[in-house]
Write a protein that binds this ligand. Sequence first.
Ligand SMILES: *[C@@H]1O[C@H](CO)[C@@H](O)[C@H](O)[C@H]1NC(C)=O
Ligand SMILES: *[C@@H]1O[C@H](CO)[C@@H](O)[C@H](O)[C@H]1NC(C)=O
Ligand SMILES: *[C@@H]1O[C@H](CO)[C@@H](O)[C@H](O)[C@H]1NC(C)=O
Ligand SMILES: *[C@@H]1O[C@H](CO)[C@@H](O)[C@H](O)[C@H]1NC(C)=O
Ligand SMILES: *[C@@H]1O[C@H](CO)[C@@H](O)[C@H](O)[C@H]1NC(C)=O
Ligand SMILES: *[C@@H]1O[C@H](CO)[C@@H](O)[C@H](O)[C@H]1NC(C)=O
Ligand SMILES: *[C@@H]1O[C@H](CO)[C@@H](O)[C@H](O)[C@H]1NC(C)=O
Length: 463
Amino acid sequence: MGLLLLITLLSILSFASAEISDKIGINYGQLGNNLPSAYQSIELLQSMQAGRVKLYDANPEILKLLADTKLRVSIMIPNHEISNIALNQTAADEWVRNNVLPYFPSTAIRFLLVGNEVLSSQSDQDIVMWHDLVPAMRNVRKSLKDKNITDIKVSTALAMDVLQSTFPPSTGEFRSDIRDTVIQPMLRFLDRTKSFLFIDVYPYFPWSSNPSNISLDFALFKSNSSIIDHGNGLNYTNLLDQMLDSLIFAMGKLGYPDIRLVISETGWPNSGDIEEPGANILNAATYNRNLIQKMTTKPAIGTPARPGVVIPTFIFSLYNENQKTGQGTERHWGLLNENGTGIYEIDLTGKRSASEYAPLPAAQNNVPYKGEVWCVAARGADLQELSAALTSACNEGNGTCDALAPGNECYLPVSVTWHASYAFSSYWANYRTQGATCYFNGLAEETTRNPSKGACNFPSVRF
Ligand SMILES: *[C@@H]1O[C@H](CO)[C@@H](O)[C@H](O)[C@H]1NC(C)=O
Ligand SMILES: *[C@@H]1O[C@H](CO)[C@@H](O)[C@H](O)[C@H]1NC(C)=O
Ligand SMILES: *[C@@H]1O[C@H](CO)[C@@H](O)[C@H](O)[C@H]1NC(C)=O
Ligand SMILES: *[C@@H]1O[C@H](CO)[C@@H](O)[C@H](O)[C@H]1NC(C)=O
Ligand SMILES: *[C@@H]1O[C@H](CO)[C@@H](O)[C@H](O)[C@H]1NC(C)=O
Ligand SMILES: *[C@@H]1O[C@H](CO)[C@@H](O)[C@H](O)[C@H]1NC(C)=O
Ligand SMILES: *[C@@H]1O[C@H](CO)[C@@H](O)[C@H](O)[C@H]1NC(C)=O
């Protein structure tokens, strides 16, 4: 009798904790043309002992393969489908019928995210979408409820730029352009449906944009000092806690201090461009290993504002993804190389202590690079593709390729590699302040060695 009671109690307890498991999740991004198959990827996730996987869509092949695994699954409605779903309950029902019902419950879908970082985009078209976001969340939730599905929580993934103030955390406040019109109704929805607020939170970004004011150890959970928030006396030993609590205080100011958080993305880049400090394997391993320890410790640690509360966490990302545009770090958030091997050892269960990992190469770029950088054709780049990229860089105008005209100072030697290297450097120097990067789909790479020859002077970017 006593034993039976104990077993019942234990199963109730394990059921209760099931909903807010502290097992680490992984974002399965697929923006690479060289990645392992979905089948292999799921095998890898299982062998890594991931507890959850988050998709950026509702890929049928992946959802089928995830059936009868222990992985709990988060799926996403792409941003461009939001407005239609907001305006049309039939479209919401159809989305659920096509993307949830065929797989659920044998595929353990637990979260359905309506859009990704919708509120971070500021184009006129996207601003229309802001106002469709919460209505779309309501419609999808209704579609699920009509099918008697109550254990899939509906939410959306936000980025930290929903806040206009984050430091110190007690000053946390939502942006005024979304606060009353979007965030307030969203919090009401999340509260009423007992869902979670999903936040993409990257200590790497505030640290790397201000490395002289924020200590790297504070960002990597290695600090032996702490920062007191004089607004409320709370004591912070790491940047992630500060960022999460700024969100918690911002929610509190709108009357919702208790909505639970999920970290929908976090991580640290294992490599990046020359001018991006701190992007290296040692820091990435340190951040992710310490994060996992923090998030899997029992009893839960929580944050200074919410001690003891579990925060389900998804690391970004499974793979380095070579088809992402932008700075070099964008393509280097992976735990795994494109061939599925680990970039560094990592134990997602958090049981392995720091000293049980093999040593890693020392970090070389923790201090921001100061000097000139050029952008040249990557070694081994395909000549035909280089030639096309050369043409498109030169077509941007503003004198980008004047020096390459016949008879001008950089015309000779007449080689695609030479001309492309000049064009990339010139284009990058001209348009970097407008967001241009030195990548050109992998055809270009940065160098600190001045490629200029004779009278031909390559434009550079000075950091
Ligand atoms: C609503 O969506 C359904 C399914 O996509 C579509 O057939 C219907 O025409 C839409 N209704 C309106 C008013 O747009
Ligand atoms: C949902 O549950 C209710 C009450 O249990 C039942 O009447 C209804 O038929 C169910 N609907 C579906 C789609 O299963
Ligand atoms: C660093 O902190 C100091 C003092 O708090 C402040 O004056 C300065 O503007 C900060 N620098 C940057 C780059 O934010
Ligand atoms: C505290 O951290 C600083 C800088 O990270 C380091 O130099 C110092 O040795 C540490 N002290 C202890 C007691 O760990
Ligand atoms: C803040 O926390 C640190 C680490 O737990 C501790 O050493 C320090 O004494 C605390 N400071 C205050 C003012 O509570
Ligand atoms: C996997 O890829 C990495 C990085 O490109 C490379 O260093 C490693 O040798 C590859 N391993 C295998 C087994 O192919
Ligand atoms: C054109 O180039 C000049 C000189 O490099 C630069 O100052 C200017 O901002 C560029 N214009 C545009 C539109 O990029």
